[in-house]
Design a protein around this ligand. Structure first.
Ligand code: TXA
Ligand code: MG
Length: 345
């Protein structure tokens, strides 16, 4: 057991000496969980292979699932990767922000960070605390989401503490993550990009910068038995609640009707829209926001899954999101948590 220190840092009024202490932990090979605009990350010096190994041990993560490295400015990627013109076009449009780009790696990034791949994932977060921490550490910070492997990504410091207390050196509490889902990941192939994971940067937004945007089939479909994934993370079942999660595909009013009946007849938890609250029995019900407010649904989804799991229900029901805009990221996270269990109603 390690004694995990908690630093509360207000993003609006950053305490420089707390940031400096956390940067010192990173520089001396330790692990610090920190907030980003997407989810909390579990950070270590991206050039230190021993520190990278500690990340895998703390999370219980398979060592072939590579880490994202976080830089303070898009051009800092040069030190760690081979960039190209399209990288800078994407950076100009979306960085700092929730976009991760896969590039060919330079030797300074150890194989322990990239799971032995010759590419590296680079992201420049927009969260003020994350940026100050990277600047103070003066090195890229390798960071996966700060959850135990198999749990939903943490969107507040309490989630991180629940999973990581006693396993890491420090946690920076910088409040709730604004986006709530992990970054969009793209791979550059010449003049086109392939989306490996949907997130806050949508397909339409990418198409404004790059004419050819493909979506990897694993974003919406189950990976075939002998299929080789484009991203190692695609092959791992990300998060499985202890109760079966079932996604309901049908008209909104029919789903509400289904919810009502399920509450009468089953021991179920419901992940619902604000509009449905007034007609449902309030027990074991979690509101993720208004029907059309995809940003709120994204921000609250992972917290809702953690909460629903705590209810001790036999089954969890949720709406199947539409695959448009930010809905694609919601769809991707939910369909994987449900192991593709969809009920048509
Ligand atoms: O928003 C985010 O991206 C958060 C915050 C902390 O920045 N990080 C995050 O990291 O979600 P993680 O480790 O939970 O997910 C990283 C994903 C994994 O699915 C991994 O397989 C993929 O990125 N990945 C990393 N390096 C890759 C590479 N070189 N090629 C293909 N996929 C890669
Ligand atoms: Mg993760």
């Amino acid at each position: 057991m390690i004694d995990t220190e908690i630093f509360k840092i207000d993003p609006e009024n950053i305490n420089g000496s707390a940031v400096a202490r956390c940067a010192k932990i990173i520089k001396s090979g330790g692990l610090v969980a920190f907030p980003t605009e997407t989810v909390y990350g579990l950070g270590a010096d991206a050039t230190d292979k021993t520190a990278a190994k500690k990340i895998y041990a703390a999370k219980g993560r398979p060592s072939d699932n590579p880490l994202i490295i976080h830089v303070a400015r898009p051009e800092d990627a040069e030190r760690y990767a081979y960039t190209c013109e399209l990288y800078y076009r994407l950076a100009e449009a979306f960085m700092p922000g929730p976009l991760t780009v896969i590039l060919k790696k330079r030797d300074i990034v150890p194989d322990e960070v990239t799971g032995g791949l010759d590419s590296v994932a680079v992201r420049c977060p927009s969260h003020a605390v994350a940026r100050e921490l990277i600047k103070a550490a003066d090195v890229a910070i390798a960071a996966p989401s700060a959850n135990l492997s198999g749990s939903p990504s943490p969107t507040c410091a309490e989630h991180v503490a629940g999973d990581m207390s006693g396993r890491i050196d420090a946690i920076i509490d910088g409040g709730i993550c604004e986006i709530g889902l992990e970054s969009t990941i793209v791979k550059i192939d010449g003049e086109s990009v392939t989306m490996l994971r949907p997130g806050g940067i949508t397909v339409d937004a990418l198409r404004c910068v790059c004419e050819h945007v493909e979506i990897a089939s694993a974003v919406t479909e189950a990976l075939g038995e002998n299929e080789r994934p484009l991203s190692p993370g695609m092959k791992y079942r990300h998060y499985a609640p202890s109760a079966q999660l079932v996604l309901l595909d049908g008209k909104d009013s029919d789903v509400t009707e289904f919810f009502l009946n399920a509450q009468k007849n089953e021991n179920c938890a419901l992940i619902c829209y604000s509009e449905e609250l007034s007609v449902l029995d309030g027990r074991k019900v979690i509101d993720v926001g208004a029907r059309d407010d995809l940003a709120s649904q994204a921000q609250r989804l992972f917290g809702a899954l953690r909460e629903a799991d705590g209810f001790g229900a036999d089954v969890i029901y949720a709406h199947l999101p539409k695959q448009e805009g930010l809905g694609l990221a919601l769809y991707n996270r939910l369909i994987r948590a449900a192991a593709h269990t969809v009920k048509k109603i």
